[in-house]
Write a protein that binds this ligand. Structure first.
Ligand SMILES: *[C@@H]1O[C@H](CO)[C@@H](O)[C@H](O)[C@H]1NC(C)=O
Ligand SMILES: *[C@@H]1O[C@H](CO)[C@@H](O)[C@H](O)[C@H]1NC(C)=O
Ligand SMILES: *[C@@H]1O[C@H](CO)[C@@H](O)[C@H](O)[C@H]1NC(C)=O
Ligand SMILES: *[C@@H]1O[C@H](CO)[C@@H](O)[C@H](O)[C@H]1NC(C)=O
Length: 626
């Protein structure tokens, strides 16, 4: 076993040299930055294009000896070393051999960055949050409460139950209670729980492509914390969204349209919210939940503004004691402030030191939780607001968004149309489906103030061109402008083709390159169903799919005995019973290891596109059967 000293072993060094010489064909002793992508591939460390570009940028900044676009072996070795300790490089290699994607069942992880250590503050914060959130949950009695000062968290996450529960709290109804294994856990049933948790996390938009069940089982600290933070954050920010909380319109600024406000990210809305209340209190505004909150003064005023004033019948007033503001010491002031937050039931996520140090993550969580409990906003009356223009996200839009976020596009997509207007996300998705993007042709932010939309439009034109010429998508009548302006129908048409291609690629990889289309999938499904003596489907529009029975039967055919048919309604189903079956089916699919993004309603309503993805994911899972 190789020692994980973080150094490259002699063997590894040999391999690296070999890889290097394969790319440095003329034995110059250096390669061009353009070849770096290829080199990482040869060195068994394929990186997405944007990562390679970041590395090149980084290199040109830090390595003053060599600014000529050349990379020597030593430089490469150093970068490689920085990216992966030798041990992680090895597990990573295993992970890519298993192929990431629709059914990352077990698998190990890519190391994220070079950090192995984890943040103690985060651990404490998450443990306290989970202890409180699941306090009353009978299923967690065996683990809770966890001791924040210990490593309890990392062992507790190992059976998957807590993670399932937290995911379901962040996005209610994501996980069907009946599918969690709770009693007499064995390695197999634990694996199922972890599959369920990871595939559900990805379905709500967590980036989990590089996290595997092994990582959770073994309690790999930085990965566990990273995943938990994603899950918790999704829950905390879920309601900071105008279609879910119209009172947020009170945050409109002069001269701003509702449309402008709807483009604002939840993090930014939260900042505006804090500043709105600070403004009401005639206090200085803040620019971040970091340096600007260190002295607790903004927090004091914010608490004072949002605390219940007794003007609502059922909520008794709570008067914030502001005397702690006079404390000279930042730490003591922070503690006094948190004591007041405690009186509101909002002492969460931060310790006094986290406030004083301005930990941005934990302070964001602290404020988001405060917002969720005490928004203290009133939906504005008498304004020229076109309420009908506030549309919530459709299910389809949400599924696409969660899908792309789970693939780790950057920045995270909050609003489907707005956030695609410069096509940068689309380019990243092209790379995921192996459509090469010439990044020299892409305009990158920050865009100039004048003419920024021109730059974005150029990107969109290029994105459509790639779709037509390289990806061979059917994009009749789609122009860059449609993407740029966020034409819903046409944007969705492109996104669907991207998601479909992504799905089919995974099947083709599993089938050693054999072409796959809808018919292939239907035939495979029917073969499985026939073998299991169940009824065939006629296609993805088959009405019987609304009962979810074909899906449940297929799952049971892939993993015999997995479906508890006593929980399933077979005949004369009401709408509610259909939905009940569908919830069970979707969670079961995830539990046996299929990375399903579709929602139960998609089955009930027999939405052919989403139905196709469900069967395709199950087929991917079925083909992996050992
Ligand atoms: C998930 O959330 C729904 C709705 O809040 C609830 O009915 C269900 O029991 C929860 N499931 C789990 C596993 O906690
Ligand atoms: C927060 O905003 C202030 C200005 O209000 C700025 O000086 C500071 O650098 C910012 N801190 C961070 C961490 O961005
Ligand atoms: C989107 O594009 C379609 C097809 O060109 C067109 O019919 C529709 O009016 C456009 N929608 C908007 C809002 O522009
Ligand atoms: C079901 O589909 C399979 C695979 O296409 C086929 O072999 C079989 O004959 C079909 N069964 C029925 C009853 O149609």
């Amino acid at each position: 076993k190789m020692a994980s000293t973080g150094h490259i072993s002699t063997d590894e060094m040999e391999e690296l040299r070999e890889a290097f010489s394969k790319v440095d064909v003329h034995a110059h002793g250096y390669i061009s930055t353009n070849d770096l992508n290829e080199l990482f591939k040869v060195a068994n460390l394929p990186l997405p294009g944007y990562r390679v570009r970041e590395i090149v940028d980084e290199l040109s900044k830090t390595m003053d000896t060599n600014q000529d676009g050349k990379i020597t072996f030593d430089e490469f070795a150093e970068v490689f070393h920085g990216l992966k300790s030798s041990e992680v490089a090895k597990t990573f290699r295993k992970a890519i051999n298993k192929k990431e994607g629709l059914c990352a069942v077990a698998g190990t992880s890519e190391q994220s960055g070079t950090q192995h250590s984890y943040s103690e503050e985060e651990k404490v914060a998450f443990v306290n949050w989970i202890n409180k959130a699941l306090e009353k949950d009978q299923d967690c009695k065996h683990i809770l409460p966890m001791d924040p000062s210990s490593d309890d968290l990392f062992t507790a996450m190992g059976d998957g139950i807590i993670l399932c529960k937290m995911i379901n709290l962040s996005v209610p109804d994501t996980i069907d209670e009946r599918t969690i294994n709770k009693k007499k856990l064995t390695p197999f049933t634990i694996q199922e729980n972890l599959n369920l948790a990871l595939n559900s996390a990805s379905a709500i938009g967590c980036h989990v492509v590089n996290i595997g069940a092994e990582d959770l089982k073994e309690g790999r600290q930085h990965l566990v914390l990273g995943l938990l933070w994603q899950v918790i954050k999704i829950g905390l920010l879920a309601d900071i969204e105008i279609s879910r909380n119209e009172a947020l319109i009170a945050l409109l600024r002069d001269g701003e349209s509702l449309e402008d406000l709807m483009k604002v990210s939840p993090e930014e809305l939260l900042l505006r919210w804090a500043n709105y209340h600070l403004g009401e209190a005639s206090c200085p505004k803040i620019n971040n939940f970091s340096s600007d909150i260190k002295d607790s003064k903004a927090y004091y005023n914010l608490l004072n503004q949002v605390a219940p004033k007794g003007d609502e019948d059922d909520i008794p007033p709570i008067a914030i004691d502001m005397s702690g503001l006079r404390e000279k010491d930042d730490l003591k002031r922070a503690e006094s402030m948190l004591e007041q937050a405690d009186r509101l039931g909002c002492r969460q996520f931060v310790m006094p030191t986290d406030v004083v140090r301005g930990n941005p993550k934990l302070n964001l969580a602290f404020v988001a939780n405060l917002f969720n409990k005490y928004p203290a906003l009133k939906k504005p009356e008498n304004q020229d607001i076109d309420w009908s223009s506030i549309e919530g996200e459709t299910r389809e839009e949400r599924t696409f968004r969660n899908w792309m976020n789970s693939l780790g596009v950057s920045p995270r997509v909050n609003h489907l149309y707005v956030d695609l207007d410069d096509a940068l996300i689309i380019f990243q998705l092209y790379e995921k489906i192996n459509v090469p993007v010439d990044w020299d042709k892409v305009n990158k932010p920050p865009y100039p103030k004048l003419g920024s939309n021109m730059k974005k439009l150029e990107n969109c034109n290029y994105a459509v061109e790639l779709g037509k010429k390289e990806a061979k998508f059917s994009l009749v009548g789609v122009a860059g402008q449609d993407l740029n302006e966020g034409n819903r129908t046409l944007t969705l048409a492109l996104l669907w083709q991207l998601m479909r291609r992504y799905t089919l690629n995974i099947l083709e990889d599993l089938g050693d390159g054999q072409k796959v289309n809808d018919d292939t999938i239907v035939t495979w499904v029917n073969q499985m169903l026939t073998q299991a003596e169940k009824k065939n489907i006629s296609g993805f529009k088959d009405g019987s799919i609304s009962t979810s029975l074909p899906v449940l039967d297929l799952i049971d055919a892939i993993q015999p005995g997995s479906i508890r048919y006593e929980l399933v309604k077979i005949e004369d189903l009401t709408d509610e019973e259909k939905l009940n079956n569908a919830k069970y089916a979707i969670s079961m699919a995830r539990k046996i290891g299929a990375r399903v993004y579709a929602l139960p309603e998609d089955l009930v309503e027999v939405k052919p596109k989403m139905v196709m993805t469900v069967f395709a994911c199950l087929m991917a899972r079925g083909m992996k059967r050992v």
